[in-house]
Design a protein around this ligand. Sequence first.
Ligand code: CP
Length: 318
Amino acid sequence: MSFRHKHLLGIAGLSAEEIVEILDLSESFLEISERPIKKVPTLRGKTIINLFLEPSTRTRTSFEIAGKRLSADTVNISGSTSAAQKGETLLDTARNLQAMAPDILVMRHPASGAPHFLANRIEAAVVNAGDGTHEHPTQGLLDCATIRKHKGRFAGLTVTICGDIAHSRVARSDALAFSKLGATVRLAAPATLMPLGIEALANGSPGSIEVHHRIEPAIEGTDVVMMLRIQKERMGTGLFPNAREYSRYFGLNRKKLELAKPDAIVMHPGPINRGVEMDPDVADGPRSVILEQVTYGVAVRMAVLYLLAGGISEEGKA
Ligand code: CP
């Protein structure tokens, strides 16, 4: 086992070998979700707190299911029910949760770097479930797992990520992961939604990152098309004219998808703004693997929880 981290804070801290190890482990956990009784005793006696201070459907639910399928005790705290609403600081919240001796704290937070801040101050292992515009490492891993299932490799593969790159933690984690594994990553966005110098994320990786300001050349001949949501909640005004105009130039429809390879797959981390970044007939079409991404979300998160809990617990051996 090469994975030696106490926390999972970002793809940036993982080697290609560690990413592959998590993907391999996820395949074995995928099988558990296909059994009639979807539960193993692996993490019995471990406590996992899911602290979500931003909305989530997929990530929060799949972390809870992942913990429960491994027999850990899982506790969920959301922004609306936490004492953060009464003015408690993040550090005070975390110290109070630590006083209840959890083994793993999974957290989503609107501020980039919030999980790193807590990882230096509490005993529990911290998993970043999305921090501001920074990273969403388990999304990056589940996207790798989905692509590997369909394409079998990353070296020589072209993956196009199109949309609001500037505000997307998914784009960052994906671009880091795909380039570490050897893929060519094409990022496509209007200039106002593309961070300057983002190509440097691939420095030191076998893969590379290209920047495009039109979707058509970014899709041409690609193996994978990943569309992203416009994150209105993270942007001020004026970054693009309106949803209709954006959809016309950067939305994915069947005609634009014809530019990709005939066996190209279509992905989206969710939630989808149907008719804005993607037409419904593409989202639900034969090339879409969007719901497979969600299925892999549980398996990948089981693998991450297993690794951070130190493998099988003493209780789990019983
Ligand atoms: N992909 C993703 O993070 O979805 P949620 O916001 O629903 O968790």
